[in-house]
Design a protein around this ligand. Structure first.
Ligand SMILES: *Cc1c(COP(=O)(O)O)cnc(C)c1O
Length: 349
């Protein structure tokens, strides 16, 4: 069956007429703008924020397109990846439809499903945190619209196997969403390069991790032009502020800094991995393609509380499927990591 995006859309979205803003309707040259009820006299701020921002984020998409090697028309930008996740549900899922996730994984897929009254099908990862392909294929139902794959996965840190993702892209007629929030820390290639081949592929990335811009809230989705024509209808017209668009454009001029900090984080991840392995309360260090490590420890809750007492906050994941007695620890600065290691060595001593 050839992929048909229209058949996945909620019927009301299929026929939606989008809001047409003043900035959409006029695109020529002019010097007097009296079309959007803005304040032509300015604002209390020194920056010129009195005009509505570009709803299409054209300048920013051109730069991101250059960075990622993709047509700017295949880029969606939103208020974090979380906006893209929410919009996927809003585009496709009526109550009664379902989405499939593979826990343990990122929490927003299930929160968004609950918000949209979408049924959630959970097919746990295997013991080694790889995808259980036969179980996934068996669990897909006619009304399954979305399949979320997080690679590298949060909280396990591993990348999913290329062949497994390919199998799902070929066998599933809904949207396969590959969340690559941590791709910059991985040696695996991005799935962006496969978009021409798979019309049902949506790739998510973010400025929150390797780019260090979590506070700005900027996420990216990459997909077919047809997908973009729909998501752009559904998003809020001015979903990225002018301040954010300008700041990300500035950040993109400084790629060298990101390369450098990524290099430091990766070498620190290696150091932590090695040194954790020699600490008595650490039973296992899972291999990571991300900027964090998942550790199996002797007593996660006790060690979590002990670290908090010392002023160090990590993430207790011991209540999560397959993560019994596991802590997820973000790679910090070299100094922070040294303090963490020292405290961990002292635990129980
Ligand atoms: C951190 C993270 C994100 C990023 O979300 P933003 O809303 O862009 O900050 C997305 N997916 C996963 C799996 C994450 O861990």
């Amino acid at each position: 069956m050839p992929f048909d995006l229209n058949s996945l859309l909620r019927p009301n979205i299929r026929v939606l007429t989008p809001y047409s803003s003043a900035r959409h309707e006029f695109s020529g040259e002019a010097s007097v703008f009296l079309d959007a009820n803005e304040n032509s006299l300015g604002s209390p701020l020194p920056q010129a924020f009195h005009r509505y921002p570009d709803p299409n984020q054209t300048a920013l998409k051109i730069e991101i397109g250059r960075l990622k090697g993709i047509d700017p028309e295949q880029i969606f930008l939103g208020n974090g990846s979380d906006e893209a996740i929410d919009l996927l549900y809003r585009m496709c899922c009526d109550p009664g439809d379902s989405a499939l996730i593979c826990p343990p994984t990122y929490g927003m897929y299930s929160v968004s499903a609950a918000i949209h009254a979408t049924e959630l099908i959970c097919v746990p990862l295997l013991e080694d945190f790889n995808l259980d392909i036969p179980a996934i294929l068996a669990a897909i139902r006619p009304k399954t619209k979305l399949l979320f794959i997080c690679s590298p996965n949060n909280p396990s840190g591993n990348s999913m196997k290329e062949m497994d993702i390919r199998t799902l892209l070929e066998a599933f007629n809904g949207l396969v969403v590959v969340d690559e929030a941590y791709i910059d820390f991985s040696t695996q290639p991005s799935w962006i390069g496969q978009l021409e081949r798979y019309p049902n592929l949506v790739v998510l990335q973010t400025f929150s991790k390797a780019w260090g811009l979590a506070g700005l809230r900027v996420g990216m989705a990459f997909a077919s032009r047809e997908f973009m024509s729909v998501i752009n209808k559904v998003k809020a017209p001015y979903n990225l502020s002018d301040a954010v668009q300008q700041l990300v454009l500035d950040a993109l001029k400084n790629k060298g800094q990101v390369k450098q900090s990524t290099f430091v984080l990766l070498s620190e991840r290696d150091r932590l991995e090695q040194e954790f392995a020699a600490i008595p309360c650490v039973l296992q260090v899972y291999p990571s393609d991300a900027n964090f490590l998942l550790l199996k420890v002797t007593d996660a809750k006790a060690i979590y509380r002990y670290l908090v007492e010392k002023g160090i906050v990590v993430r207790d994941r011991s209540n999560v499927k397959l993560c019994d007695n596991c802590l997820r620890i973000t790679v910090g600065t070299p100094e922070e990591n040294t303090v963490l290691l020292e405290r961990m060595r002292q635990y129980g001593a």
